[in-house]
Design a protein around this ligand. Structure first.
Ligand SMILES: *Cc1c(COP(=O)(O)O)cnc(C)c1O
Length: 426
């Protein structure tokens, strides 16, 4: 064996997986079982007391899911990961470990529309207060910090316009405030950006998007960077204080640099219950094997399509960080040199009606609410994903009435351009 560290594409195929020790199966089997037999009573007791690692019940862990967790942790450069049922489940499980009623977290205003909803409405009912900041104005994060701030949440490449966030600058604010930086890396995937390399403490994903990549399975994942000290100042009692349900152990003291991933599993997932089906874990693992190939092709296609749109007379403007003229191009060169992602927006001279009209005329693009599929997708955010926002908030989050969002797939770019051409021209 050489002592070379495996590269990203090798990890995407192999990390976490071995031939099945009993059958030799080369693909990771789907362990479609709810529960696992204990060796004896002592083994059972030690598993329940967190004195030994092992399988108990699929709500808490499953061998197929474990391969997925190890693979994504390796791709992101984290110490450990926890797979859950969806991207939204990942967000609620992460924040449940950090927040007490009355606490605050700061979130970038440019986010996936569903996250804006979750933070504004569902989290409010838990007593968790979101404070919005502008990802283009790092000082706005600094100004938002209070003694009750427990975390900062941003997207690496932000919905819907594919803008690039200055992760390092915001991680400096988080470090100064003594709170973890959580980065939703869904639109970039670790192939384009590894937020932990830029100061993130926790990475979350909707696996539903580019990692699974085929538009067929929901999933989410939490990656622990292992960088944050949870014991300072008694701010994070879930991690630093004795846990009554586990014989009084303190998670940070016992599990060190993967304590956060453990807390998410043995407190969050165990009690809230959004477990990922092993079948979905298998589908997503299969998807991840081709992530580098798909992501590169999708970025290359997206750039060609953004250039085509920028030159079209019906188009008022294109927001794609991969274009040299884009305001995020400098940040894209720094954070995502392989490509600026495959999700971006453009605006039409004809406003809201032109957006609705375009969406109805496209044939190869599917009109639906998803991103990161092999298929190219289109949506008009103002009438769908961002429709719950008032007009000013729509514009602030990059989803004004004239804006159309594309998620570019792996088809031939000439066919995608031809479809846009007929729909724009007609
Ligand atoms: C889709 C998405 C989510 C939510 O993920 P689900 O798997 O749909 O729950 C969160 N963040 C981003 C950036 C997304 O695109």
């Amino acid at each position: 064996m050489s002592d070379r560290l495996p590269g990203f594409s090798t990890l995407a195929v192999h990390a976490g997986a071995q031939p099945d020790p009993t059958t030799g199966a080369r693909a990771t089997p789907i362990y479609q079982t709810t529960s696992f037999v204990f060796n004896d009573a002592d083994h059972a007791a030690s598993l329940f007391g967190l004195q030994a690692f092992g399988n108990i019940y699929t709500r808490i862990g499953n061998p197929t899911n474990a391969v997925l967790e190890e693979r994504v942790a390796a791709l992101e450069g984290g110490t450990a990961a926890l797979a859950v049922a969806s991207g939204h489940a990942a967000q609620v499980v992460v924040l449940q470990q950090l927040m007490q009623p009355g606490d605050e977290f700061i979130a970038a205003r440019k986010l996936y529309g569903g996250s804006i909803n979750q933070f504004t409405h569902a989290f409010k009912s838990f007593g968790w207060n979101v404070v919005w900041a502008d990802p283009d104005d790092v000082a706005s994060f600094e100004r938002a910090v209070t003694p009750r701030t427990k975390a900062i949440f941003i997207e690496s490449i932000a919905n819907p316009a594919g803008s690039i966030t200055d992760i390092e600058a915001i991680s400096t604010v988080a470090r100064k405030a003594g709170v973890p930086l959580i980065v939703d890396n869904t639109l970039a995937s670790p192939y384009l950006i590894r937020p932990i390399d830029h100061g993130a403490d926790i990475v979350v994903h909707s696996l539903t998007k580019f990692l699974g990549g085929h538009g067929n399975s929901l999933g989410g994942i939490i990656v622990d960077a292992g960088t944050f000290d949870w014991s300072t100042g008694g701010k994070y009692p879930m991690l630093s204080e004795p846990r009554p349900e586990y014989h009084g152990i303190r998670l940070q003291e016992t599990f060190g640099n993967f304590a956060f991933a453990i807390a998410c599993r043995v407190l969050g997932l165990r009690d809230l219950g959004p477990a990922l089906s092993p079948f979905n874990a298998f589908m997503i693992l299969t998807g991840i094997e081709t992530l580098p190939l798909r992501m590169q092709k999708q970025c290359d296609n997206a750039k060609a399509i953004a250039e085509f749109l920028a030159g079209h007379p019906a188009v008022a403007s294109v927001s794609y960080a991969g274009l040299a003229s884009d305001k995020y191009n400098q940040l894209a060169r720094k954070y995502a040199p392989k490509g600026a992602g495959a999700v971006f927006t453009f605006s039409l001279k004809g406003g809201y009606d032109a957006g609705v009209n375009l969406v109805s005329k496209l044939q190869l693009f599917s009109h639906l609410a998803n991103v990161g599929d092999t298929r190219s997708l289109v949506i008009h955010p103002a009438s769908t994903t961002h429709s719950q926002l008032d007009d000013a908030a729509k514009v602030k989050s990059g989803a004004g009435p004239d804006v159309v969002r594309l998620s570019i797939g792996i088809e031939d770019k000439e066919d995608l351009i031809a479809d846009l051409e007929q729909a724009l021209g007609a």
